[in-house]
Design a protein around this ligand. Structure first.
Ligand SMILES: NC(=O)c1ccc[n+]([C@@H]2O[C@H](COP(=O)([O-])OP(=O)(O)OC[C@H]3O[C@@H](n4cnc5c(N)ncnc54)[C@H](O)[C@@H]3O)[C@@H](O)[C@H]2O)c1
Length: 270
């Protein structure tokens, strides 16, 4: 069901790779709620993924940008402003990558060049995006920026590897930049801490199925799906959450505040 929550709003969606991507589902929900969109991803992802299908469906141009390139990110905001004839009202940062995870390198033996690269893509990129947006005055007053994160920023989940450090940094950047952008232009910046979800990035984490089953059993409401996450993003882009900023918002069916569930106790007693 659609409620026209984003009627008249314009936004940029980073990170739609394929139909499983959280960004893909969010773009679809934003369009259903009346938003006009620009889609973006790294040039290599545009070649490997199926973003053109989404672009057609939501009637949005695709502007390539590798988030590790300042020039690409600036060009994205310049082109987006030209396209809309002004700034945007919301931005979704749905980007994560760890070469150490991809290559199965244990945390204690990480290749630190890979770590740098992963932190740049997964965390510093949020700073780069916000800095470029501010420089080009590309986000309108009361605009909303959301980045996706995971609870490994606060607690240890061994196989999450160096992505955990990336998420801790991402949440810190959201908080800090959220302060400055709030003061300067009433732009809000938040992170959504999502349940484990079966996507291309999610599947890279060793033992993801075990992760997902464990989280499901440890959450009173069960795991939040990518579709649930898309709905939550819409609410954060809408005018109903205008005073929410600098927060890390758990979207995990209650996992983050559950010590143990009866289900897990019974499983452990078997
Ligand atoms: N899947 C999960 O279990 C889960 C849980 C919590 C948070 N998240 C976060 O959600 C976000 C989206 O991930 P997803 O699960 O939808 O997976 P996904 O693989 O569909 O999305 C990751 C995206 O990052 C993009 N990307 C990688 N390098 C890039 C670069 N240099 N420039 C621009 N884009 C780049 C990829 O092309 C891809 O579109 C990530 O931040 C991820 O960490 C995922």
């Amino acid at each position: 069901m659609a409620y026209n929550l984003l009627q008249g709003k314009k936004g940029i969606i980073f990170g739609a790779l394929d139909e499983k991507s959280i960004a893909w589902k969010t773009a679809q929900r934003c369009a259903q709620e009346g938003a006009e969109l620009v889609l973006t991803n790294a040039p290599i992802a545009l070649r490997m993924g199926t973003i053109n299908k989404l672009a057609e469906e939501v009637n949005a141009p695709v502007i390539p940008a590798d988030v590790t390139s300042e020039a690409d990110v600036e060009n994205l905001f310049i082109k987006t402003k030209e396209h809309f004839g002004g700034g945007v009202d919301f931005v979704l940062h749905s980007i994560g990558m760890s070469i150490n995870v991809r290559k199965n390198i244990p945390y204690t033996e990480n290749n630190l060049d890979f770590t740098h690269k992963g932190l740049d893509i997964s965390a510093v990129s949020l700073h780069r995006v916000l800095q470029a947006a501010m420089k080009h005055d590309a986000i309108n007053e009361w605009g909303s920026v959301v980045a996706l994160t995971y609870i490994a920023a606060q607690r240890v989940f061994p196989n999450y590897n160096d992505m955990a450090d990336g998420k801790a940094m991402l949440e810190s950047i959201a908080r800090n930049f959220g302060y400055y952008y709030g003061v300067k232009k009433k732009v809000r910046v938040n992170t959504i801490s999502q349940s484990p979800t079966l996507t291309t990035a999610g599947s890279g984490v060793k033992g993801i199925d075990g992760f997902i089953n464990f989280a499901e059993k440890m959450s009173p409401l069960g795991n939040a799906t990518a579709d649930n996450c898309a709905d939550y993003c819409v609410s954060l882009f809408s005018d109903f959450t205008k005073m929410v900023t600098m927060q890390n918002l758990f979207h995990d069916g209650g996992f983050s505040f559950t010590g143990v569930t009866q289900d897990v106790i019974e499983k452990m007693g078997e």
